[in-house]
Design a protein around this ligand. Structure first.
Ligand SMILES: [Zn+2]
Length: 679
């Protein structure tokens, strides 16, 4: 799957992405007027007005890289999951199969004493296998094995919808094999921070190999080898912004053609090793990568390639080995995140269980937290947002009737998923042992890898979920043409049963609008109602659209993220378009609700604020946040979402509705001279 998310996915720092210890009796981070800084004029800087007092009082907890509504809610969900897992881990004969599995995985992770006593031993057989390889052909067997047990090296292999026939899942091969989060870290020399990050990688690789038993000199040489090979892979990799256009990755070919791109990859042997079905066609997302890296596989010695593959086995395992490995990994991650302290072990273990057995833990989470009334009220809101977007499209001045008709067909075809999947994933084949953490991680990864690979050449399962129920996020998936809202986000401050509709429309209403708009952003618009890459726009309408999104790209390219770094308006274009469209249609939906309300209650002021003002305050509250400078830098390069400040100010300055609600005048900062308007 390839999601358009609501907020950044912290996948590249899985082991360290969670937060501060807090009491489970702490109230939900809800909507409150206390966050407002009344000394600020909302027409000068609305984000500062809505969040100023929150920013003054909030401190980023030492184990966090950023702090805001999302992370606060993640913390609360972690606490809920923790109590589920502690109960399950306590054991007893009455446990069912689900509690046994999630409880024992959690227990194996919490048993630090056993993990520490074993040292490198659990990974030793893996490293020995790689060391024993005699030729480059056989090395592919180890790379394939790593793909199954977890540890992506050299390239990526996965299943996904055929870009031109979404109902069919096919095989994909793609660029990959880097340790740093983006190719730019290896290639950019104009920025000393990039160079420093490469040095941090070298330190980390050296330290990890030393801990694994190499002499300091051997380890230092190994680190240079890893950096050299990864730099070559980075050079062959496509730029992140270019990859946002799905057409750049549309290269379906026969298996023979793919093999011929890079004979040194021994792809046929690899596909057999991972147990892939005998497919005849596949999509090569970046053919140049395979052509270029083929030469690297030729010129690098077998010994160097073995060091590179060993590194990826080791790097994937460090968070689940003894304490010195865990610390080496964290020290490296700190350079990217700025975290001051490592999150408590229980947080890392809850996150691991969520990642490995997410729909089993998620099932328990839903039973503990999610009521049926939540689903009903959400369905009503999705329906209201849907109607608003239809109305918005109908009224667009720049789009022809022909394209409008097609857009409506696509909108009507968007399906929605709320809370949790109809059927939970069956993990009964995954063996979990209380005294074998790394083994558990490997078996969980093998289960997931095989599940992914088994989908090749099968019809698309449109009921499948790409997020676990406790996740505080949401997504639109183009090939499924669906929007998905896990139970984890359907809570305050996004959604509060006890709040007025205005605040909820500014929170979860805007989230729904954001995800719907993704179906029509610069990337989503290229897919048809069935999820195929297919142009349904007239040429003129396509040009008009591009003109309008260029306005958004230019607007956000001028925002400063940190120090000297400005946002990349093209990398963040889809998200910014979704934020702008989402805000506009969520407010439309609220206005309809006020107009339809016979009692007049919906239109009344609360605490001195009109419903429209409370809508914008609810919107602002969701994005109040603080980031560490390290995280802010990493985000500019890797995150397609803008920082909270611009997710708010970047949107409201484009909205005449905002200016009306707050009485702003032309010339004030929150009134853009050339306001952008796509949806
Ligand atoms: Zn999004």
């Amino acid at each position: 799957m390839r999601f358009r998310l609501l907020t950044v996915s912290l996948l590249f720092m899985i082991a360290v992405s969670f937060g501060q210890t807090s009491s489970s009796t702490k109230p939900a981070p809800g909507f409150s007027l206390d966050t407002i800084d009344k000394t600020i004029d909302p027409c000068v800087d609305f984000y500062q007005y809505a969040c100023g007092n929150w920013i003054k009082n909030a401190e980023i907890p030492p184990d966090q890289s950023r702090w805001g509504a999302f992370t606060e809610l993640r913390e609360r969900n972690l606490e809920v999951e923790r109590s589920i897992l502690e109960k399950a881990a306590a054991g007893g004969a009455s446990r069912d199969a689900i509690d046994q599995r999630i409880g024992d995985l959690y227990a194996s992770c919490m048993d630090e004493k056993t993990v520490d006593a074993k040292g490198i031993a659990p990974l030793k057989p893996e490293l020995d296998h790689i060391a024993a390889v005699q030729d480059k052909t056989a090395l592919i067997d180890e790379i394939a094995h790593l793909r199954l047990v977890g540890g992506s090296s050299l390239f990526r292999f996965y299943s996904r919808s055929d870009l031109h026939n979404a109902d069919l899942v096919i095989a994909y091969i793609d660029q990959g094999g880097l340790s740093l989060p983006d190719r730019d870290y290896y290639l950019k020399d104009d920025n000393p921070k990039m160079k420093a990050m490469r040095e941090h990688l070298v330190e980390y690789v050296t330290q990890a190999f030393t801990l694994a038993g190499q002499t300091p000199q051997q380890a230092a040489d190994s680190a240079q080898t890893v950096l050299r090979i990864e730099t070559a892979l980075a050079k062959a990799s496509m730029d992140r912004t270019a990859r946002r256009d799905p057409k750049t990755q549309d290269h379906k070919m026969t298996r023979d053609e793919a093999v011929a791109l890079g004979p040194n990859f021994y792809l046929n042997r690899y596909f057999a090793d991972v147990g892939a079905p005998n497919f005849s066609q596949l999509n090569v997302a970046n053919p140049d990568f395979f052509k270029q890296v083929n030469g690297v596989l030729e010129s690098e010695s077998l010994d160097s390639l073995k060091i590179y593959v060993s590194w990826h086995a080791l790097n994937a395992a460090t968070p689940w080995l003894s304490q010195p490995f865990v610390e080496a990994n964290f020290k490296f991650q700190q350079n990217l995140t700025g975290q001051k302290e490592m999150p408590a072990r229980w947080k890392r273990c809850v996150s691991l269980t969520d990642r490995q057995l997410g729909e089993a833990l998620g099932q328990r989470y839903v039973e503990a937290t999610f009521g049926a009334d939540g689903k009903q009220r959400m369905l009503k809101m999705v329906d209201a947002l849907d109607k608003s977007l239809a109305e918005d499209i109908h009224n667009l001045s720049w789009m022809s009737d022909e394209t409008k008709k097609q857009a409506k067909v696509k909108l009507d075809a968007i399906r929605n998923m709320i809370g949790y999947p109809d059927t939970y994933r069956d993990y009964s084949s995954v063996v979990i042992k209380r005294d074998d953490l790394l083994g558990n991680v490997a078996r969980g990864n093998i289960f997931e890898s095989k599940r992914d690979i088994a989908k090749i050449e099968k019809p698309l399962d449109r009921k499948e979920w790409g997020m676990t129920p406790p996740t505080v996020n949401a997504y639109y998936e183009a090939s499924f043409n669906e929007i998905v809202f896990p139970a984890g986000i359907l809570q305050p401050p996004f959604f509060n049963k006890n709040m007025d509709d205005a605040v909820n429309f500014g929170g979860i209403g805007l989230v729904i609008g954001h995800e719907l708009t993704h179906g029509f952003d610069d990337e989503g618009r290229k897919y048809d109602p069935q999820g195929n890459l297919h142009d349904w726009w007239t040429e003129q309408d396509g040009k008009e659209f591009e003109k309008r999104v260029s306005c958004v790209a230019d607007e956000y390219s001028n925002f400063v993220a940190v120090d000297d770094l400005k946002l990349n308006g093209r990398l963040t274009l889809g998200e910014n378009t979704a934020d702008n469209g989402g805000a506009r249609i969520a407010l439309m939906a609220l206005e309809h609700m006020i107009a339809d309300d016979q009692t007049g209650k919906e239109g009344q002021k609360i605490d001195g604020y009109t419903p429209e003002q409370r809508f914008f305050l609810g919107f602002g509250r969701v994005w109040c946040e603080k980031r560490r400078p390290e995280m802010a830098r990493t985000s500019v390069l890797t995150d397609s979402h803008s920082p909270g400040q611009y997710r708010v100010d970047g949107v409201v300055q484009n909205m005449p509705e905002f200016q009306k609600a707050w009485g702003c005048k032309a010339g004030q900062p929150m009134v853009a001279e050339n306001a952008c308007h796509v949806w």
